[in-house]
Design a protein around this ligand. Sequence first.
Ligand code: FES
Length: 106
Amino acid sequence: MAKIEVRARDGAVQTVEAPDGTVLMRRLRDAGLGVAGTCGGMSSCGSCHVYVESGGERLAPPGEDEADMIAALADVVEVRPESRLSCQIVMNADSDGLAIEIAPQF
Ligand code: FES
């Protein structure tokens, strides 16, 4: 079980937890936090964009598809060095304790 601190778009902070192996995007979507996950986790919609406020150094770096999608997002929303796609983050020991902020909708 991994726990992640989530700052929603309205600024409210809550702890989200899920069993290891759960894709973070799906957990955020199911929690009603406004993450659409339109492409189902294919790194092609950007609707699961988050800012990893702390703990991001424990995650594997973005793959090529994720990096390309984040670069494309810069045309429509603020992209930061800590931008990640939550569909590429899996709940496990490496993600346990992350703090994230859900990026603005576009
Ligand atoms: S769900 Fe589409 S990019 Fe993550």
